[in-house]
Design a protein around this ligand. Structure first.
Ligand SMILES: Nc1ncnc2c1ncn2[C@@H]1O[C@H](COP(=O)(O)OP(=O)(O)O)[C@@H](O)[C@H]1O
Ligand SMILES: [Mg+2]
Length: 346
């Protein structure tokens, strides 16, 4: 649906060239929600602006529905862009126009007649839940309501693709949840493909199918959200995951635990109360599990949990318990003498 092929972008800066994108390749499938996450300055906004050619790449190709946007004439590009909606962190509304006109004016400019414009505005203001605000001005709306207007404005052109540049970054947590729910509905009910960029892992966690992690203009890791959560490879990716699961245990406690057994990080998808693997450990082995920290989150597809556990016992028994847990489908990370796959827990 959206393909970025070896896209690079160089800006001429006062102090020399800025390589904002370096050989970025991505393929967003039709109907999916694809997230790009990275810290500030990673190149995310440049990437999403290249996806509809608001920014022209220095090299590489951008294909939307197999049409290479970089090869189109100005007129054809305008046509192609009608299928691509965009929303921004700062909403970009016309301050002196009502909610109704903010959605209606671009429709009029695109050539729809008065009745068509009215029907579309009514329909999409209703979808975003703002029928009663049609006569209000942006200054009279909350942040969440402004973003709803921007979403209605983008949807009113009936695009196939919606690009979202940090759409929830200016919003409080509750409003963020509501806007993410709305994006999910748009994706599921209208089949609109969504490419979004964010610096917040909870956005990826809640609504994305796949994710790419960006750093210094490069995509350093990409894959299904569940895989990136459970088996992150790059340091930056791990840092983003830790922003969701932070197991901060005081050093003193950690050392005490390690002197009388092992501290392991258990992770698992779903929840099956009929197979309480950890409870069985204390029955089957001479090992006492103590939970130091833990949490469970809802990924778009399935729940995912992590538990930091002190397995108290003699080392041989602890090794057997770890092997048992692995056999039960629980991923175990930590340090062990026989080298069960091992990342230090810090
Ligand atoms: N129009 C521009 N001119 C010069 N440099 C730019 C321009 N836009 C972005 N940059 C630079 O490109 C890099 C990536 O920026 P950006 O894509 O905005 O990152 P992000 O959205 O991840 O914060 C930064 O170093 C930024 O300063
Ligand atoms: Mg940005």
């Amino acid at each position: 649906m959206i393909q970025l092929k070896h896209v690079s972008k160089v800006f001429k800066g006062k102090k020399g060239d800025i390589h904002a994108l370096k050989d970025v390749s991505l393929h967003v499938n039709k109907g999916e929600i694809f997230g790009v996450i990275g810290y500030s300055g990673a190149g995310k906004s440049t990437l999403i602006r290249c996806a509809n050619l608001l920014e022209r790449p220095s090299s590489g190709n951008i294909l939307v529905n197999d049409i290479d946007l970089t090869k189109l004439s100005a007129g054809k590009l305008r046509e192609a862009r009608k299928k691509i909606g965009m929303i921004f962190q700062g909403f970009n509304l016309l301050k002196t126009a009502t909610v109704y006109d903010n959605v209606a004016i671009p429709l009029k400019l695109s050539g729809l007649n008065k009745q068509e414009v009215k029907d579309r505005v009514d329909q999409y203001l209703s979808i975003v839940g703002l029928e009663d605000k049609r006569h209000s001005f942006p200054g009279e709306l909350s942040g969440g309501q402004k973003q709803r207007v921007a979403i209605a404005r983008a949807l009113a052109h009936e695009p196939e693709v919606l690009l979202c540049d940090e759409a929830t970054s200016a919003l409080d947590p509750d409003t963020t949840e509501a806007i993410l729910d709305l994006l999910l509905t748009i994706n599921q009910e209208f089949g609109i493909t969504i490419l979004l960029i964010t610096h917040e892992m909870n956005v990826i966690q809640r609504i994305c199918d796949r994710v790419a992690v960006m750093e210094n203009g490069e995509v350093i890791e990409q894959g299904p959200v569940s895989k990136i959560f459970s088996s992150p490879v790059e340091a930056t990716t791990k840092k983003f995951i830790r922003s969701v699961f932070s197991h901060h245990i005081p050093d003193e406690i950690l050392q005490n635990c390690q002197s009388s057994g092992q501290v392991v990080l258990l992770s698992f998808f779903g929840y099956s109360p009929e197979e309480p693997a950890l409870a069985l450990v204390s029955k089957k082995f001479n090992v006492y599990p103590n939970i130091l920290s833990g949490s469970m989150i809802q990924l778009k597809q399935e729940p995912y949990g992590q538990l930091l556990v002190h397995l108290k016992g003699e080392s041989l028994e602890v090794e057997r318990a770890i092997r048992f847990l692995s056999e039960q489908g629980v991923k175990v990370e930590g340090e062990s003498r026989d080298g069960i796959k091992n990342q230090r827990i810090s």
